[in-house]
Design a protein around this ligand. Sequence first.
Ligand code: CU
Length: 346
Amino acid sequence: MKQLVKIIQFFTITLAVLGFSIANAESYKFNMTVEEVTLEIAPGFSSKVWAYDGQVPGPLIRVKEGDEIELTLTNNSTLNHTIHWHGFYMTNNWQADGVPDVTQKAIEPGDSYTYKFVAEKTGSLWYHCHVNVAEHVGTRGMWGAFIVDPLEPTPLEKTVTKDAVLMFSGWNPDVANVYGEGGNPTEPISFFSINGKSFPNTQPLRVKLGDVLRLRLYATTIAVAFHLHGHDVIVTHKDGLPLAEPMTVDVVPMQPGERYDVIVKMNNPGRWIAHDHIEHHTTNNGKMPGGAITIIEYESIPSDDWYAWADKDYDPNFFWSETLATEQHGLFRHDAFAGTFEDFRR
Ligand SMILES: [Cu+2]
């Protein structure tokens, strides 16, 4: 009898949870394009890219668990593309997985394709092209972050006061200006970036004493060993999913495609570098400093005239922190990530 009561309770709770999620689900209709633009990555180094909505990273998509998404992608470029929704389950909906010649025909120049799916999995997910991935994703910037807020965040997540997305990638200057080349595993990747920019073109992360900072770390196209000076970080999520036991570390090793969410208690005022600890990833074509570097600036620390970023033109949304500070859901573009159109398109 006790067992039966338990079973009935279980189903009642399950139904209540499902009912709740369905009742609160939103439906979104988005449009994105693929554009051929040139992206400035480091001082003196630009690359031709295929960019979702003309920007790298592509627009941030943010919804909540259970929401429905309908996204139409129009290909304004000269080669075929798709979107693969990395980490999504696509239950009974495998045709939305975005793999050319497996789940769909690739989207040809001038054509559109509509993806419809439900945000079942939560956390720090992402999207990328799945046509000739080695070039399109590896060296042409076809990727962006997709965050699904869980209906029931973990207690640690609820303490976060500032959120940031850091997408790490690499670039090969030898093929940067020739579409259709690149992606050879032996090619020299000699520029390294966070959100499509190499230091000093990256941006600082400004915090205050007492902040609880969440960094959503994406090893988008290359291996990364993320290290923040002066603090330990608590690894709370791997590939979007909460860890049963969060782990405290000072280096976060990641392989391409992996994401780790880390939470940092901002309890040590100063100016602290945060960088990829694979040594040559902090260079621009072999010259240090460059590459995948940012600096955490506590607002109580005065600047110095010798500070590398003393005169920095500050962009508070470079890590999507402003967007993520709101309750807003949707698709978000950011001008700072936009490439420039070539003359031949005018
Ligand atoms: Cu592509």
